[in-house]
Design a protein around this ligand. Sequence first.
Ligand code: ADP
Ligand code: MG
Length: 591
Amino acid sequence: MSVRVLPDFLINQIAAGEVVENPASVVKELVENALDAGADQIVIDVVDGGRTLISVVDNGRGMVRDDLAKSILRHATSKLPDDDLTNITYMGFRGEALPSIASVADMTIDTYNSADEHGWQLNATTGQIKPSDWDSGTRIRVENLFARTPARLKFLRGDRAELMSVLDIVKRLAMGRRDVGFVLNNKWRFPKQQDLLERMAAVMGDDIIGRMLEVNAKSESGDLSLYGFISEPTLRRASSVDQFLFVNGRPVKDKVVVGALRAAYMDVMHAREFPLCALFLGLDPRHVDVNVSPAKTEVHFLEPSHVRAFIIKHLRAKLAETMNMSDGQTGIHTDTFHQMNIPASVSNNFDFAKKSSVMSVNSPNRNTKDFYAKPSGQQVSDFSINEIVVDKNNVATVDDAFCDMPLGRAIGQIGDKYILASGGDNLIIVDQHAAHERITYERIRTHAIKVQPLLTPIVIDMREEDVTAVMTVVDELKVSGLVLDAFGDNAIAIFEKPADWDLNWAELLHSIADEVRENGHSVQLNEKLHLKLANWACHHSVRAGQKLDLNQMNALLRDIENTTRGGQCNHGRPVYKIIPISELDVMFERS
Ligand code: ADP
Ligand code: MG
């Protein structure tokens, strides 16, 4: 095959692969263009999650006919006037967005620039330009996204999920430009000329009010500046959805900045909790390369460790200040939270109560024993050491046979904690509590979750984006025994829940929403389920310190052998150790 230069439509589709990933990336490119055109009011509409229509209308300076024609050519841009890639001050600069979008969708541009007598309309598919009565700014309509590239279409998620990503992008852009007004689907409004705190409340939710700390710092040499707000340690989310980071005004998710933020909170926040922030890092554009990825969320710093140290130093200083003031009432949470390894926002943050009207009040400390019912109707709480004792009459006869079993035959107990057994040529030492815990856990895990329909649904008020987020995982939640549905735009109603399991559902759903908005899925409920099972198993297991007779010991050994992952307890500690006789020989200097 001979070498050939690819035709333009293919080159554009390839570029689109990088630039146009989903409706949110289209919105990002179009809104950035509107900002670059000097708009201070941007109206975005997205139909069917962006599949059918994405429309962005701005009141910027528009384009004259000639520029309109060139705008959809590859690498055509008005934004690198001095051809200097080291000094990029506009959001765009690659001249890639419009041709890329046009290659994977039907695009129409209406625009008016005051140098022309009237407006113009461009059909990007045919390349035709005709006069129009459009008389202010620009409107770009993108229809039938990916209709020509069915493989890409398949990767789009549900309409709700795509809309959520669009909202997230709009929020990021709106946070960066408080001077500009943004409206999405006539529903989410971020008015122009808000101050940073007002904007943060509009974007992140009212629960931040009064709980953000202002940061305003300059490096000694004056080469770096940092401005914005970070959350008190007690205010946190289950994902990084509400972390807004900017480098020279450009929204980034850069690992240097994100890492510095995490490091600053290291002592006051669990690794799986996320502070909220809107932080603006400023530095000489020549000291940062924004030309890294087409989506431009990563940047390269000339001196990353300098930047990192600067951010950590000032954030830590701010956090330390508040700790002194609040007399120990900071977000440093108890050991329990660390042990339980769940975001404290789930268990420790009472603020959600304020924004939630929970019609049925849950009592968190109710007895949870009969949460998992055996299919026979027998309750799991019946599990006890008695149940795993095999019939005593059988034991004597099978005792010798035990020698051939992997964990052997019980010989005795040490310290009422460890079971000693002999099996083949091995000495086996079993941690009796860890062993029983493992067995109990596996048993209850295999029982179906009993679901309890609620006479009065629990209604939880949430912001629309959180409702939307939770609704995208509604089927997964159902599998875990939580049946819910949207209740209007701003609430969720829970109709069925796992029986006898009372959690603060408002907190749980908010954490699920945080996670979904960031990662597209949530592990919150499953993790809680796991924790619950593990704790239950722990409390209903043979304790260290309990005397066992040989029959009970043998029964326990047999049960471990039959248990999935019997070698580790639910907290990851070993259940047993096998010491081969050869090791004993070494100990006794027999080899
Ligand atoms: P880039 O933004 O990197 O220059 P684009 O493909 O996004 O590349 O846009 C190409 C050109 O089209 C821009 O440089 C700009 O001159 C013009 N343009 C795009 N959108 C608008 C708009 N909303 N208002 C005015 N001009 C625009
Ligand atoms: Mg652009």
